[in-house]
Design a binder for this molecule. Structure first.
Ligand code: OSB
Ligand code: MG
Length: 368
């Protein structure tokens, strides 16, 4: 397969409601799509990066810069481009996993479409649908939160994740438990907002029977998570700290997590995400698929990944209408709390061309 060039396309989509986390409030999503053009056809990727470096060190303008300056040119050295050669070829450039992952995804999509194989089949999916959860942002008041959760529960979401931060943790969790009962699958995500000094406070979440607490401490504080886990009974789950299969193995060996959130962009792509899955499975550590407010392009691939056998907890793979009034693909919908894994070649979906023409804020062709 020969790579002829890559188009980087940005699209700004308004979110149906503001999404507040401990690191900021988003009212829209600047989506970066990658279109790989090869001699055997096209493929699509979606980059996980946010606009600003608040969740990870990557940011949209940085991804565009490193892609045009280093990553895409490096793929010129490949005689034949194959998805499994992309990560090794880009390895000498440090970091920039989300940028690399999006390129690999686009090349993989092109390759799989050509071979007539779906992402799910290629990655090792064992289910044709997956249970879906939803990530609920920090709200201005508890009544407002309860209304939002009630709406998601009515829609059938199989699990609720509450974003927390100091000042918005025990009370919202208590209120949701009181209103919806102990059977609701419930978990929280702090996005690094606490310190080890907060262990006694976080232990106050213990009585609520949460599935897990996600990334309470800073990204690099893996040992801190291990220490915290000795002081609280809620299982610790890592998100930001897990950047590769190796870092997952290290965190598990240290006792820093009992559960892992796998986001393909954060670990450099779907092929590494599968290795994270395999490492966790070998250690009996359950995983679930995180989300980065993706459009239907990223969602399609995330659903394929979430169908692997060790994805035993519902993920943040929510329906299109939880994020956007108009998705870039045919919308994904919930059916009994589950979503179908796409079965067509490659991702099984593509961006609606007229929507891209109408909504693209930047289009850049990089010839190879
Ligand atoms: O920490 O999981 C996170 C969104 C953006 C950045 C980080 C996170 C999130 C979410 C939303 O929680 C997940 C989704 O529904 O896509
Ligand atoms: Mg998270």
């Amino acid at each position: 397969m020969r790579l002829e060039g890559v188009e980087l396309i940005t699209v700004t989509l308004p979110l149906v409601s503001p999404f507040r986390t401990s690191f900021g409030t988003q009212t829209e999503r600047e989506i970066l799509l990658v279109r790989a053009v090869t001699d055997v056809g096209e493929g699509w990727g979606e980059c996980a990066t946010l606009l600003d470096p608040l969740y990870s060190s990557e940011y949209l303008a940085g991804v565009l810069d490193v892609s045009r300056r280093y990553l895409v040119p490096a793929l010129r050295d490949l005689a034949g481009v194959e998805a499994h050669r992309v990560a090794p070829t880009l390895r000498r450039f440090q970091g920039h996993r989300m940028a690399k992952g999006a390129l690999e995804m686009a090349v993989l999509d092109a390759e799989l479409r050509h071979r007539g194989v779906s992402f799910g089949r290629e990655l090792g999916a064992v289910a044709d649908s997956v249970a879906c959860g939803v990530s609920v942002g920090i709200m201005d008041s508890v009544p407002q939160l309860l209304d939002a959760v009630a709406d998601y529960v009515d829609q059938g979401y199989a699990r609720i994740k509450l974003k927390i931060e100091p000042g918005w943790d025990v009370e919202p969790v208590r209120a949701v438990r009181e209103r919806f009962g102990d059977d609701l699958l419930l978990q929280v995500d702090a996005n690094t907002a606490y310190g080890l000094k907060d262990a006694p406070h976080l232990a106050r979440l213990d009585p609520f029977g949460l599935l897990l607490i996600e990334q309470p401490l800073p990204e690099e504080d893996v040992r801190g998570h291990a220490e915290l886990q000795r002081r609280i009974t809620t299982p610790v789950c890592l998100d930001e700290s897990i950047v590769s299969a190796r870092s997952a193995a290290d965190a598990i060996s240290l006792g820093a997590c009992q559960v892992v959130n796998i986001k393909p962009g954060r670990v450099g792509g779907y092929l590494e995400a599968r290795r994270v899955h395999d490492v966790c499975a070998a250690h009996d550590i359950p995983v679930w698929c995180g989300g980065m407010l993706e459009s239907g392009i990223g969602r399609a691939a995330n659903l394929a990944l979430a169908a692997l056998p060790n994805f035993t907890l519902p993920g943040d793979t929510s329906a299109s209408d939880r994020y956007y009034r108009t998705d870039l693909t045919t919308p994904f919908t919930l059916d009994g709390g589950r979503m179908a894994v796409p079965t067509g070649p490659g991702l099984g979906v593509e961006p609606i061309p007229e929507l891209l023409t109408e909504l693209a804020t930047h289009r850049e062709w990089i010839a190879v």
